[in-house]
Design a protein around this ligand. Sequence first.
Ligand SMILES: Nc1ncnc2c1ncn2[C@@H]1O[C@H](COP(=O)(O)OP(=O)(O)OP(=O)(O)O)[C@@H](O)[C@H]1O
Ligand SMILES: [Mg+2]
Length: 296
Amino acid sequence: MVQDTFDTQRELPSRELENIAETLVGFERHYEALKNHLMVVLMSDRVDEWSKKYYEQIIPLCKVIQQRYPLFLFSGDVGTGKTVTAECAANRLTKEMEREGFLLKLSTRVRGKGLHGEMSQLIQDAFENLTTQAGKRRLSFLLIDEADSIASLRSTEQMHQEEKAAVNTLIQKIDEIRQVGGRAVVFLCTNRANVIDQAVVRRAALHIEFSRPNEEECLELLKHDLQGIGLTSKELRELASLTSAGGHYGDNGYTFSDFRLRFLPEAIARAFPNQGLTFDILKEAALVVKPSPRID
Ligand SMILES: Nc1ncnc2c1ncn2[C@@H]1O[C@H](COP(=O)(O)OP(=O)(O)OP(=O)(O)O)[C@@H](O)[C@H]1O
Ligand SMILES: [Mg+2]
């Protein structure tokens, strides 16, 4: 049963995730925003140490801080890096703390299989696994991806009774993991923060909003991914300007995944196998690959 609950179960630190983080534009910024919050939640004993160091006692504020829920909410448009950032941040923190870690990714695909009734059970299994791993003195991370499918508003008329039960279970389990001595954290990723139940949203220790790359970030990504191709700075800038918001597609610009999973593969497909990539081929590809529609 537990095996079916997860897309992946991964030991941390992972060399693969470390390598992926190096290819992400803006990862360091997101990680810096997250790191201290994660540490406070995951290593509450360090908050006590901090207090003793600066106040020679455990001040009441420590208790207040330790009441926070170990929940992090990542919201934003498709393909903006929510999932990959959660995975890489969990990995980086584990490595920096010189600890062992465990990352579980809860599959929400079950909905597609018509298993609504099992949702609560799946959530329970996931949290049980999380607590077991945390009990082994590991930093344990649960990533609930596409969380809107399980954490959406309970007030909606059409909502199935079993789905309501699933949201209740989720809230209850988030409350419970505060008790495991602060070694477990839940990341919730969603495209639509506005449909997430307020009881879930207000528990988040931190809510990070992700967006499509601006022109500078597009340029950074292109510079990284097109190394060795021999494009000039001017050509790279032109491609960044075409593909970002305000460029060829008006208000809509490419998502990170549009670049990596659609535009660059399209360009390669146009060149391969008889010629190398050129600026003209890349530009042609940019003019045919449209940005993903926005999710509001
Ligand atoms: N900051 C980034 N820099 C470069 N590439 C990125 C970045 N973020 C995401 N990508 C690329 O986009 C792909 C999709 O990212 P990810 O799955 O994390 O997006 P997401 O926001 O979770 O999307 P969805 O809402 O569809 O689940 C990644 O595999 C990666 O190749
Ligand atoms: Mg995702």
